[in-house]
Design a protein around this ligand. Structure first.
Ligand code: DX5
Ligand code: ZN
Length: 213
């Protein structure tokens, strides 16, 4: 059994055929689906929101791994939970002064809570929160767009988090993941990989996903 959780990011999927795309990665073995929510403020891009989570919830039982790249994430916890998100990951940089409270709010809804850091953020800043988190998401590109190149120096944050966490913590990496960078991340202690362009630009999703383990 593979212990690494692969979470295909639909940002690089065919948005005109999302149901088909989700079913295809499910058939290829994915257990999670990564949904990138961008607000045009926290990051310089706009993507999808609550209605898309709600629509996907109707067509799949996969874990809806929701990555909030938005300001004021606390305003959207309840709507995303009601839409069907199983995990809400928000950015430390969007609300550093109240990150602990937001984790508590997400957990109170009965779903998993994740905290993400951008490339320039020191991983030691989030160590006070790791005991109450289900997941830490380490960005290995500047959030906002798919298809960027993996920032190797960011991968060195993985052991800093793992050394201070139990084995139950999911350490997820997002940005520039392919068959080579995936191995770097898992060998450093990551156990979840987000991959967008690598999977969805591949002509065989099964081969692409298998190559990440
Ligand atoms: C970027 C998003 C990623 C993105 C990754 O801000 O958070 O999830 O889809 O895309 P790739 O895998 O193409 O780098
Ligand atoms: Zn993401």
């Amino acid at each position: 059994m593979n212990k690494v959780i692969i979470s295909p990011s639909i940002l690089s999927a065919d948005f005109a055929n999302l149901e088909r795309e989700v079913r295809a990665v499910e058939k290829a073995g994915a257990k999670w689906i990564h949904i990138d929510v961008m607000d045009g403020h926290f990051v310089p891009n706009i993507t999808v929101g609550v209605p898309v989570v709600k629509s996907l919830r109707k067509v799949t039982n996969l874990v809806l791994d929701t990555h909030l790249m938005i300001e004021n994430p606390e305003k959207f916890i309840r709507p995303f939970v009601q839409a069907g998100s199983d995990l809400l990951t928000f950015h430390y940089e969007a609300c550093a002064d109240r990150a602990g409270n937001i984790i508590d709010l997400i957990k109170a809804e009965g779903i998993k809570a994740g905290l993400s850091i951008k490339p320039k953020t020191d991983p030691r800043e989030i160590l006070p929160f790791i005991n109450k988190l289900d997941l830490v998401l380490i960005m290995t590109v500047e959030p906002g767009f798919g298809g960027q190149e993996f920032m190797h120096e960011c991968a060195m944050k993985i052991p800093v988090i793992r050394e201070n966490a139990g084995n139950e913590l999911i350490i997820q990496v997002d940005g520039g993941i392919n068959n080579l960078t995936a191995k770097i991340c898992t060998s450093l202690g990551a156990n979840s990989l987000v991959a967008g362009s690598y999977i969805f630009n591949h002509d065989n999703y099964d081969t692409a996903i298998q190559s990440l383990y």
